[in-house]
Design a protein around this ligand. Sequence first.
Ligand code: SF4
Length: 848
Amino acid sequence: MLEKLLHDIEKPGRYFGNEFNAYRKDFSQARMRFVLAFPDLYEVGMSHLGLQLLYHTLNRMEGVLADRVYTPWVDFENRLREYSEPLRALESQRPIGEFDFVGFSLQYELSYTNLLTVLDLAAIPFRSADRTADHPWIIAGGPCAFNPEPLADFLDFVVLGEAEELLKELLQVFTDWRRAGGARQEFLAEVRKIPGIYVPAFFDISYQTDGTIAAIQPRYGDYQSVQKRLLLNLDAESPIPEKPLVPLLGIVHDRLSLEIARGCTRGCRFCQAGFIYRPVRERHPERVLQGAQRALACSGFEDLTLLSLSSGDYSQIHELLRVLMGRLAAQKVAVSLPSLRVGTLTPELMELIRTVRKTGFTLAPEAGSERLRRVINKPVQNDDLLATARSAFHYGWRVLKLYFMMGLPTETRMDLDQLVELCFEIWRLAGEQKHKAAVNISLSTFVPKPHTPFQWLGQISLPVIRGNLDYLKNRMNRRGLRLKWNEPGQSFLEAVFARGDRRLGASLLRAWELGARFDGWTEYFQEQLWMQAFHETGCDPHFYANRERSHTEVLPWDHLSAGVTKEFLWKEYERALAEALTPDCRWDHCSACGICDHENIAPQLHRQAAPIFSGTSPEPAGAHANTSYLYRLHYAKKGDIRFTGQLEVSRCFARAIRRAALPAAFSKGFHPHLKLSFGEALPLGMESEVEELHLTLTENIEPQRILEELNRQLPPGLTVQALARVEKRATKPSLQRVTYRIGELTPFLVHIIIQSWRNRLDERITKKTKRQQADVPLGEVLLDLRPLDDTTLEMDLCEGADLHFRPLAVLIHITKGVQTRMTGSRICKIAMTAFEEGEDVRRTHYQC
Ligand code: SF4
């Protein structure tokens, strides 16, 4: 079935996982089966660290199985519908409906329609009220869960804040409830008692005639509001996963992501994450160092990124980076710090970062003028920004990325002009460099978010967004200055849902029915379709996006608390209008935002240098050796991994070599990589038992040992079958006999092919591609064809540099185009033999 479903599907690897380090537990033995769902493509969801942390947390729990699912791209959604196949989880390949819980990670509002797609493909009723004992619990968490109201009808319950500890309590409640054989409503009544769990059905919302909320009425006297969950000790309660998932497919952030801290108290007034994840909690630098080394050894990643909301603010960042680079440089592992504030990106940090490779970073002044930056409480000085840009160019960065927002509160045309002038100044600096440098500007539109000081404000209107964008595009039209922007309609929709209420659920469902999918993807976003959905459901989107709220208005998320008080947020709003700065409590006094009790809950910083920082580290043996030893490998590529392309296979081998700690040789230059050289790429979907690869090591190691080490580290489906030391690469024969086994055909098709192939040998077969044009008699290509059984054939083709026909193309020629009946066939390359010198290979068979 997999063949039929994945035939001609873009990147089939999205749907079968096979990641190295995946748990693959026994489905039938688990007490609680959880599928973590990311409502976006695999490549996006697999890049999200939070989901991976939960995956490891759940799978570490006794009796719990956690699998994953991502929203299928539109082609695969259509294919599943065509074959009436349910959406399945990645590892177990079980239908989503067979799990006990489906837990969605809500990272951005524009993924909401993708959540509905997953439910629909899993045949799970959209509305919580329509689900029965046969259906899983549909739950959600993540930043958007702090106002999940637009999804209230679709979710059974919501996790507010950090879930790691809460999941243990959930397992206990679930086990007891299942043992007691209780009703669905009884489980919800129990689960609400777990701190941090919000059951939308236990709150009734009433509205005033002007559309604003009249009251949020709880159904239980002891369940009036929900407080977020907070981990007090990251190292103990959410340890760094030792064996991170290693994808086969190239994903958006294909590297080891390691969280060094949670929370940020810089207090940027537009930033929701800065308020909902307070207070700051740093991981101990020693844990980070050990975690990084272990996870790199178990994953083989060639890049490491140190994540937090503001990595440059991590107390021991310089020391940590210095020691990390000292230990990782010889292995050519590059380190990046993607979220750096202008003031924290020092020349010393740049010097450290570029040790292996100049990994990218983005400078985010957010606003063009210093005045507006005071409004948003991000007081970056233009001089500091220019000095940082100058240093970056000086240290060899060729591209500088800048991030700005339009439509921030109190913004005027003068602020936009100053934004342009600032970009020009940096662009002029780029122009002064010896090597050509470029400046990339990213522009997005400000979206007021719940639980921030700007939660009462309206977003600027769509015509104003479009007018400002046109103005900036016209003014910044310079060579070497690249401008990217978010589509205004998408920012508007984000603003509608960010502060929406339950009434928006009807519009969301209608938009999905009309065809809305992947709204965060500009090429898929359909503004008109959304406007139609709002119109048909009697909803005014401007009421949510552009309206300013009064201080006393009941907000849809007023019963959900991130710990920071509403009074503090209002005070911050007033300070914004007064352009007053609020200091970071890490370095200054506490601003009394409300989250800390200063006994159990308080910022956790590690300001003392860890003892580990004083030592030096040995470099791995052979890292600088000049001698090199060449090995030739023959390997098989079989099973699901046949849907993985050559680039990914080469990455699999590179990471397996790193995990096996083999002394690999690296290329020289700006981007050093392992010396690996592959033969011709296999077509996607084809298996092979005879692939070839050359590998260079800096030490002479016994081939059998390398073979065994590699096979321990390769993902399922890739197996090294033979390995030998060689002096040089073998030259490819000009022509060779290649044997294929073609299985899973119908007996009828096998009969037709065997009966007719000899009669067609005089016919000409043609092929016209960018790389090759051929028009030859079939007999020069097809050497032999024999049945193995009712449904399997074996075929010998003559192949060379100027003669290369795919086996399926040959079969289609013989059967005169019954292609649809062959899409389910399974092809494996099983042998390659060079012809004897002087042998008239093309005619041998043809003449006899
Ligand atoms: S309560 Fe004070 S110390 Fe704690 S996060 Fe808020 S401002 Fe910082």
